[in-house]
Design a protein around this ligand. Structure first.
Ligand SMILES: [Zn+2]
Ligand SMILES: [Zn+2]
Length: 247
């Protein structure tokens, strides 16, 4: 049986509401370490969990908002300057992700081009409904309802009959049925308690759809000020920074 351990690195929204770190999940899956999203606070938050950011093999990015990608420049900087990393790193990104991430890196650190030239970093671009296989992991991506300029996607990662699913940031979309379907763990954003928007989910809608989202286990996350103000009323499993889940 493959060992899978997920550590919640950041369960907050873009504003770090409630003092929570930005989106990031560290998944130890067999002999590989996978990061789901990498917000600006991720390097500090990974260390706080006593995990090693340099041990990450694969980063999967759900969309190109800053609270999900802005930790990458610091990870790359550490890989180049401090770690002198030789180990390959694969960054799986939505359309236009490679250009935008490299631009962010270059704005923050002018020698970023040199860093990318000297590190073994490979970008793999996905698109809607595409299935890709990376180092034995089968990944499938689905468009979700968020600002289209940031190419928002949810996805499933499967290996050895285990499925980890992630909504990314999204308002309600029927694609969530496909993303969650029979997954062993479905990480689902719950930015709001009851406020309705096209770009984020709320707890009330998720409660109403819980029976139709056929995940074996669901973990709510990406909490904002309004959902945190009603936190005690949110039933089910809630992500907290530093929380570990084995499945
Ligand atoms: Zn977000
Ligand atoms: Zn977003």
């Amino acid at each position: 049986m493959t060992f899978i351990k997920l550590t919640v690195i950041g369960s907050g929204n873009a504003f770090c509401s409630g003092g929570r770190f930005n989106s990031c999940y560290y998944v130890e899956w067999g002999d590989k370490n996978i990061l789901l999203d990498c917000g600006p606070t991720s390097l500090a938050a990974i260390r706080k969990c006593s995990l090693d950011p340099m041990a990450v093999d694969i980063i999967v990015i759900s969309h190109l908002h800053g609270d999900h990608i802005a930790g990458i420049p610091f990870l790359v900087l550490e890989a180049y300057k401090a770690d002198k990393r030789k180990k390959p790193l694969t960054i799986i990104i939505p359309p236009d992700g490679e250009r935008r991430i490299k631009e962010v890196c270059a704005i923050l650190y002018p020698d970023a081009i040199e860093m990318f030239q000297n590190l073994d970093i490979r970008f793999v671009q996905y698109s809607q409904n595409e299935e890709i296989e990376i180092e034995g992991f089968n990944m499938k991506f689905f468009e979700v309802s968020h600002n289209p300029l940031v190419k928002p996607h949810g996805f499933r990662i499967e290996k050895d009959s285990k499925v980890l699913a992630y909504s990314g940031d999204t308002g309600w979309t029927d694609n969530l049925y496909s993303i969650a379907d029979k997954s062993d763990l479905f990480i689902c954003e719950c930015n709001f308690y009851e406020k309705e928007t096209l770009t984020h989910l709320n707890y009330k809608k998720l409660e109403a759809e819980k029976q139709n989202l056929k995940a074996k286990r669901m973990l709510l996350t990406h909490f904002g000020k309004e959902s945190l103000s009603r936190y005690a009323e949110i039933m089910g499993e809630k992500a907290e920074d530093g929380k570990c889940i084995e499945f």
